[in-house]
Every structure is written in C-alpha cells, then in structure tokens.
Design a protein around this ligand. Structure first.
Ligand SMILES: C[S@@+](CC[C@H](N)C(=O)[O-])C[C@H]1O[C@@H](n2cnc3c(N)ncnc32)[C@H](O)[C@@H]1O
Length: 242
C-alpha cells in the first residue's frame, strides 16, 4: 500500500496513537506517498464534472491537507483559491507545493467546523476527510460550509460506493473501523477516522437537514474498471446553497 518514500510501520503506529491534528502534523512530510492522498484520477474526474457547472470565481478546499483539491479549484477557473486545514504540518507541505506551482492559493489554518468565512465562495470541495467527523461534527461542518458559500454556491465532494458485502474490500474497511473503535475506547486522545459511517444516504439526509439542495452525478473513472453490477464506483455529491 505504501511506496518506499512513505511512512514506516512504526511511524504510522505513532501517528495513529496521536490526536488527528498531531497525527497529520507527523505524517505531513510523507503524506503524498500514502494511499490517503486523494488519487489524481478522482481529482481529474471531479474537475471534469465541475467544469460543466461553472464558471466559478472563488473556491474553497475544505480539509485541504497537502493541497490535493486546490488543483481542482484552479482547473475549474476559480481565480481566488483557498485551502483550509487544521494541521499546520499539512498546510506547510501544501504551501511548498503551492509555491512550486506558481502560488496563488491562500492557505488558512482553521477548524472546518468553525470557518472564518461568510458568503465568500461560489464553490467548496472536500476530498477524503469526512471520515474524521462524527455525526455531530458533520452538523457543524455543513453549517459552516453553508455559511462560507454565497447563495447559489455549490459544495461538492466524491463518495465512493461501498464494497460488496463479504468482498476483501468490505472486510478491510470493516476491520479498520473496528480497530479504530477499540483504539478509541482504550486510548486518549481519540483519533476519529471511520470509513463506513458516511454512506451516500447519510450524506444526502444530513446535507438536506443543513439546508442544501442535494443532487449527485456519477463520476466517470474508467481507470478503476467497472463494478460487477455496473453501478458507478463513485458519485459526486452536489449540494447547493439555495
Ligand atoms: C485524509 S486527509 C485528506 C487531505 C486532502 N483533502 C486529500 O484528499 O489528499 C484529511 C485532512 O483533514 C484534515 N482535518 C481533519 N479534521 C479537520 C478539521 N476539523 N478541520 C480542518 N481540517 C481537518 C486533516 O488535518 C487532514 O489534512
């Protein structure tokens, strides 16, 4: 799963026993060599779908980490690009990449549940981060995202289809979540990261409750092959602030 430049098993164990913020601070220099960074195929497919819904003037990447989603915002033409994350270490790596690519993005250290923005963006994206939020945190997160968007603004993020029950992928995610629950029952500070708590049905219901008009489109990911039943591997959630 990890390239030779990725973290060692010992480093991963230390990170997993830290808080989310500290864990990502430690992981940051090697994060881009882990499978936790959103793959380019997903970022590119998202940019293709969003480009058809633009133009966008100002874009926000929620929980931007090392900056995976900033390129999506640039690709859809946003002239103001902002990334928000709670981990100073992840933001430092994002800042280096931002400078290498010609800069232009602003990076802000903030908790996504309490964003320092009001009606500032017409597009917000987020990749690979919602497993860090329990249901009550997601209420605050979606309320903050709604406030940060202008009326008519769009919150967009991909949600992967769950693996078939009983498949190796199913047991991998099930085992990861079970291990996290045991870890969090026995160890402080908690490291909240669950893969199976935010399926599409929950995303739709919670976003509607937060006042968004919710739709989805399939993400075209031919690189990842077909699911056995022909349904899309991933859908892009499109939640619009009315
Ligand atoms: C798995 S990484 C994903 C990073 C990036 N979006 C990507 O797709 O590669 C999750 C990120 O969420 C950030 N994060 C977790 N909880 C957060 C919170 N409450 N507020 C802001 N950022 C948060 C972490 O610091 C980390 O950078």
């Amino acid at each position: 799963m990890f390239s030779p430049q990725g973290p060692s098993a010992r480093e991963l164990a230390v990170q997993a026993l830290s808080s989310v913020e500290r864990g990502y601070d430690l992981l940051a220099p090697k994060f881009d060599h882990t499978p936790f960074r959103t793959p380019d195929v997903v970022l590119d497919a998202t940019a293709r779908e969003l480009a058809a819904l633009g133009p966008f003037e100002a874009g926000l990447d929620l929980c931007c980490g090392t900056g995976a989603g900033l390129g999506v915002l640039r690709a859809v033409g946003a002239r103001r690009v902002v990334g928000v994350d709670r981990s100073a270490g992840m933001l430092a790596v994002a800042d280096e990449a931002n400078a290498r690519s010609g800069g232009g993005a602003s990076l802000v250290r903030a908790d996504a549940r309490a964003l320092p923005f009001r009606s500032a963006f017409d597009l917000a994206v987020s990749f690979g981060a919602f497993g860090h939020f329990l249901a009550e945190d997601r209420r605050a997160l979606f309320a903050a995202a709604r406030e940060a968007l202008r009326p008519g603004g769009l919150l967009a993020f991909p949600v992967a289809a769950p693996p078939r029950v009983g498949s190796p992928g199913y047991w991998l995610l099930w085992g990861f979540d079970a291990a996290m629950r045991v870890r969090n029952a026995l160890w402080r500070p908690p490291f909240v990261m669950y893969y199976r708590t935010f399926p599409l049905s929950v995303a739709r219901a919670e976003l509607a409750e937060a006042g968004f008009a919710v739709g989805t489109v399939p993400l075209s990911l031919p690189e990842l092959g077909e699911r056995p039943d022909g349904t899309p591997r991933c859908r892009l959630v499109l939640a619009r602030r009315p």
